[in-house]
Structure formats: structure tokens, C-alpha cells
Design a protein around this ligand. Sequence first.
Ligand code: SF4
Length: 340
Amino acid sequence: MSWTHEFKEALKTNEDLKNFFDQDFPEINYPLFIPQVFASKILEAGPDSALWKQFLPNEQEDNQTLGRLDPIGDKVHAKNNQLIHRYENRVLFTPTTVCPILCRYCFRKNELSLKDDIFDQKFTEAKKYLKENPSINEVIFTGGDPFILSNEKLAFYIQEFSEIDSLKYLRFHTRTPIILPSRIDEGLLSILISAKHLFKRSLIMIHVNHVSELTDDVAEAIEQLTNEGIEVYSQTVLLKGVNDSTDALFDLFTKLSDCKVKPYYLHHPDEARGTMHFYLPLEEGRKIVASLHNKLPGWALPQYIIDIPGGEGKVPAFNPESFEFSGVLINRLGEKIKIN
Ligand code: SF4
């Protein structure tokens, strides 16, 4: 079955869920979307699994008293032209609001469900902005998920960016190889190979949170990328009840390394509204990461980072000098900030 067909046949309503899983789920105020091929994996894994908790609705999402609508300050840095310019030399490019699945813990779940204007289709203005700001040398495709774009659209954007001399690096943030591995087809592979030649480096950053997501079909899709010499990295969100243990992360990073994927980022969860049941204190994250340092070699160990709430950007979340597990961060100005 083609990936577009799998995408169209996704479960989108509570009734679809009830028919597929043979049980009721709470009616919540956020949209649902799970391709059936992936829903079968969730069903097989069962209600206590990392897959079930990440993708099936939970009544705690409707708690609107905790968390932030824009936890990492996307709006503060949005340029109203599909670009979010937070760091001097790189921009986020948001060409789509569409994802291969809707993750219940998504840090952008409020912006995506409200179709926030950071996703406005203003590509001509985006290109003009990039030309006028030559200190930007990297474009990071995000969204939504860029691999849900058609091959034609992706090829168009890559070609357009390749015509801007100051751009040297491309990065694609995606969950699609995990959710719809059939998307890694010949057409997409040839586009990614051409990107590799058009830019100094072109990286795929796969979002993956638990070893159970790396089934054989997913590993084969990743192998197609790495066999073509495409650089593949991973990013993982630390999530309470899903992967908040040394063993769970050890298994994940070991399997990723075996798949020739470099574990790159372990994100402390953002304080996004509707996701706070996945949140855990910084002290707990630091303890888990400290024990991972004893178990994994440096090349299999991602950097543990946190976005300072409100838009100040990413800083390292692990402080190996002290091992105090204090809950205090140091921002880019050297100021101490207490995080709950
Ligand atoms: S794929 Fe990424 S952007 Fe889309 S819902 Fe999941 S976490 Fe959010």
C-alpha cells in the first residue's frame, strides 16, 4: 500500500478509534490522527505501552490550567513568512502544519491545532528574508512534518534554497520514517540524495522516543537512507511514563546506534498546555542522564537539552560538574533560573 493511501485511511475521530481498538476514549478538544498501519502496532503493544501513551487521547489533555500555549516562544521569533529566526545562523522553516500522526505530547500542539499564522504560506517573502540575512547558513525544515509534503513540493523548496549562496546546510526534522516508513520511497530518496550534493551537508533528524518504535520496517527504511550515505541523527523527548528510565533510554540509543543513527538530542519536555501529564522535573531528568553517562559511550549519548520557557533558546540541561541535580539552569547571560 502506498504511503499516501495509508495517510488517507488514518483514524481521525473517536468513533474510528472505538471501532479499531474496541473501546471508548475520552472526547478531547484536540484533533486525532493515527494511520491504521501504525495503529496496529499500538494495538499490539497494548494500553500500558509507550506507543499507546504517546498517541491515544487522554482526558488530562483537556487540563487547560497548566502549561503554556507557546512554550518555546515560537511567536517571539516568527518572521510571518514561514520562518522562525531564533539563532543568528539558522532558521526554522515551517512549510506545513500536517504531521504523519498527532502526538499527544506535542510541544506545538496548540499552535498546530489553531493553525497559527507562523505557518502562513509566504514563500517568496521567506526567500527574500534569507537573501537579506546572509549570516543564516542553515535552514531546518520543520512543521508539521516536511516529509508529508509531496516530492514535487520538497524538490521545489530544496532547489529554491540551493540558489541562495549563503545557505550551506539543510536539516529535516521528521517523525515520518517511524510512523509511515513506506514514505521512504525511491522518489524521496532521490530528492534527499540531490540535497546532499546541492549543500555542504544535508541531515535528517528523526524524532523517536522509544525502542518499540524501531520495528523491522522502520529499521529497513532507515537503512535505505544510510545506505545512500545520507546522514541520519535522532532527537528524543523525555516523557513521563513513556521513556523516563535509564533502561528505556539505554535500549533506545543502543538500537539507534545499531541502525547507524547518531543520537543527537534528548529534549527535556516543554511546558506545553495539554501535555503537562508527560512533564517531569529537571532533577529527575538529570538523574536519568547521569546514569546513562555510565552506561553508554559518548558517540551513542545524545546531548540533554532544554528550551528555556518563553523563547530564550536551548541550553544544556545536564550539569556534569556538580551532579547536584538541583533544578537550576544557567542561561546564556550566566544567570541562574529555577525550573520546576
Ligand atoms: S510529529 Fe512532531 S510536530 Fe507533529 S504532532 Fe508529533 S511532535 Fe508534534
